[in-house]
Design a protein around this ligand. Structure first.
Ligand code: NIG
Ligand code: FE
Length: 411
């Protein structure tokens, strides 16, 4: 039962207060027992029993809850470097998708890999994410788009959660794109998802939530509603890829369904913001993806002003955000979305936990919650995100165990 002491600045990131209230504690210490936090506060107030415990020295650094990346497409085959270069030359993403590239290209590369190969790749990504201070990662299927391939991806999620030190939350995104086998038959595909695939996913306990992409060229609000209602009836949380390229009713649908989150929202209209206000749904912003696709950023200021909690995540995927660097996404949230560093930090801790329905378990440093935390070489939240460094994380603790210590490897 170690104590991490000599912390210069700790942000508990407890839910109370506004987006920017991260609840700072100066000269802090944190103690844990097994997998759970036991005490958090000013070091001079550390109870006697903890003073005799094993002491880890934070060197005056910044301690945050283990970061929560609440939106990734973690498990996929191959990359799309070729398409990126084509887009740089001026070809549009829609044009690339029309000729069989885009999501379809990744689907082919993902179907071609077996469970073991997909697991190995994703476990490698998770190891790198842990080095950045991330301890919880949401992962979406959606690159299988046929029953066996989707189940394969979801089984990889479950294995990642069991066999790596990080917490992996599994989301079923069968309604990501229409597979070629169902061209012009979106209704049949949706019917298959509802009647065949979702019941199997639920029966095997392979997903925590259900997601759908509402967009021109993907699925309509009607089709997404059918899938999400079926998922909800089977006990899954509801999430939505909403208003990414065009305003097509995604935010409104998320609010109507009482979704855990509405994600992207680069093109959300004012009426979508109004629908989200008071719905309890978290707006998940994905600034790396907006930057990569040249989209206007998610209007975080308008969402915050309307009282909507805003999370920040990477959207890690081979097409629109080939980066799992969550601290980089947080700096981009500041620069592009005009969020303060404190607001961004709350977006990758308690608000992100809430987007996953895990706000009672992770996302803040409070006794009883998971002993997930990260130590950064910075004097403050502001200094951490200002410097834009490759990696300022010195120590990551997940479930009470150190899973990364800077200096221990050759990197
Ligand atoms: O979140 N918007 C849809 N899906 C992904 C992109 C997937 C891909 O291009 O492979 C996203 O941006
Ligand atoms: Fe996404």
């Amino acid at each position: 039962m170690p104590v991490l002491a000599n912390i210069g600045c700790l942000a508990t990131c407890a839910a109370a207060g506004g987006q920017g209230d991260v609840h700072l504690v100066r000269r802090a210490a944190v103690a844990w027992e097994g997998e759970r936090l036991a005490w958090v506060g000013r070091e001079e107030e550390l109870p006697e029993r903890w003073r005799r415990a094993e002491r880890w020295d934070a060197g005056g650094g910044l301690v945050l809850p283990g970061l929560v990346d609440c939106h990734t497409h973690l498990v996929f085959g191959g990359w799309r470097t070729d398409e990126w270069v084509e887009r740089l030359r001026g070809r549009s993403a829609f044009d690339i998708a029309r000729s069989g590239g885009g999501i379809a290209a990744t689907v082919a590369r993902t179907r071609a890999l077996d469970e073991e190969a997909l697991f190995g790749r994703a476990a490698g990504f998770l190891e790198e994410m842990a080095r950045l201070g991330v301890t919880t990662v949401e992962a979406k299927s959606g690159y299988g788009l046929e029953p066996e391939a989707e189940l394969k991806l979801l089984r990889v999620h479950r294995r990642l959660s069991r066999e790596t030190p990080l917490r992996v939350v599994s989301t079923f995104l069968g309604a990501h794109a229409l597979p070629a086998e169902y061209a012009e038959r979106a209704g049949d595909y949706v019917a298959m998802l509802v009647a065949e695939l979702l019941p199997r996913v639920a029966a095997e306990g392979l997903a925590d939530a259900c997601d759908a992409w509402v967009e021109k060229g993907a699925f309509t609000t009607e089709q997404a509603r059918r899938v999400l209602l079926a998922g909800r009836a089977l006990g899954l949380g509801v999430r939505l890829h909403a208003d990414q390229f065009t305003a097509c009713g995604g935010a409104r649908l998320a609010a109507e369904l009482g979704a855990l989150s509405a994600d992207h929202l680069e093109a959300v209209p004012q009426e979508g913001i109004e629908a989200l206000a008071g719905s309890g749904t978290v707006a998940v912003s994905l600034p790396t993806s907006a930057l990569w696709m040249g989209l206007a950023p998610t209007p975080a200021r308008a969402l915050i002003a309307a009282g909507v909690p805003v999370a920040v995540a990477t959207d890690f995927n081979p097409g629109t955000a080939p980066s799992y660097h969550l601290p980089l996404a947080l700096t981009l949230a500041c620069v592009l979305q005009r969020m303060t560093p404190a607001e961004a930090v709350k977006g990758a801790t308690i608000h992100a936990a809430r987007a996953l329905g895990l706000e009672e378990a992770v996302g803040s440093l409070e006794p009883g919650k998971a002993a997930d935390l990260a130590l950064f070489d910075a004097a403050s939240v502001e200094e951490w995100l200002y410097h834009f460094r490759p990696n300022a994380c010195r120590l990551t603790v997940a479930g009470g165990h150190a899973v990364w210590r800077a200096g221990e490897t050759k990197r």
